[in-house]
Ligand binder design. Structure first.
Ligand SMILES: Nc1ncnc2c1ncn2[C@@H]1O[C@H](COP(=O)(O)OP(=O)(O)OP(=O)(O)O)[C@@H](O)[C@H]1O
Ligand SMILES: Cc1cn([C@H]2C[C@H](O)[C@@H](COP(=O)(O)O)O2)c(=O)[nH]c1=O
Length: 213
């Protein structure tokens, strides 16, 4: 049975870039590694509805914090069996965002903290009712809001399909989300957490994960 690791962080933090490098290093070391990412754009109706809502579609859906949280959770729920299979076939499964994204963004929107009602609702919904496997390790790529925003803006300029959505345009929300993420990490919400600095070395991180495994 493999271990499940989730990488978390703000929009534009560099999660996808880091996951790709860590996976390449782990694979080169001979480990069986699988990668996943949420939302599952283009693969799940729920992921696409969430993206459309964050760009103004589906009426007032995006106004509802619990509504959006449910849609993101159902995207993951539809992947639970596949995730269990990946865990049984690999040494390590690395995810770019998992349930802590729902917890951090939703709690930040509601101006709650990591120990509030919303994060508890996410935990019960996703690990309880939807039966998703709990992560063994969650990692926060702790990049300052300004740097993450610069990176997201630069990506938008290069790729028209990455136009900033409602959450990405809201600098206050990103700041509060960063705070909730740090609280989730410091209280080891759902699993053990590790906080990564913006200049984390992907090869060194991969070596640590391989040893930890
Ligand atoms: N360490 C880095 N140094 C400089 N630029 C970076 C670094 N990491 C990522 N970037 C760039 O920043 C932008 C955002 O990176 P990436 O897509 O990996 O972020 P993300 O956290 O997955 O974002 P999102 O959650 O919004 O999808 C990309 O254009 C990427 O090339
Ligand atoms: C998976 C997930 C995501 N979100 C938020 C985080 C982002 O602002 C958007 C879209 O994600 P992307 O990585 O920028 O494509 O949605 C969320 O609130 N809950 C989730 O479960």
């Amino acid at each position: 049975m493999g271990i499940l690791i989730a990488l978390e962080g703000l929009d534009g933090a560099g999660k996808r870039t880091l996951v790709d490098k860590v996976v390449a290093a782990l694979t080169a070391s001979g480990l069986r590694v699988a990668v996943g990412a949420f939302p599952r754009y283009g693969e799940s109706l729920h992921a696409d509805v969430a993206a459309e809502a964050l760009k103004g579609g589906h009426g007032d859906l995006a106004d509802s914090v619990y509504g959006m949280g449910l849609v993101f959770a159902l995207d993951r729920g539809g992947y639970a069996d596949e995730l269990r299979k990946l865990l049984s076939d690999n040494d390590i499964v690395i995810l770019d965002r998992y349930l802590a994204s729902n917890a951090a963004y939703g709690a930040a929107r509601l101006r709650q903290h990591a120990d509030g009602e919303y994060t508890q609702w996410v935990r019960e919904l996703e690990l309880g009712r939807l039966g998703l496997p709990a992560p063994d390790l969650q990692m926060l790529l702790d990049v300052p809001v300004e740097l993450a925003r610069e990176r997201a803006k630069a990506r938008e300029a290069q790729d028209a399909t990455r136009e900033l959505d409602a959450y990405e345009r809201d600098g206050d929300l990103q700041s509060r989300t960063g705070e909730v993420y740090r609280e989730l990490a410091s209280t080891n919400w759902v699993s053990r957490w590790r906080v990564l600095s913006p200049d984390v070395d992907p090869a060194a991180l991969a070596a640590d994960l391989a040893e930890w495994k």
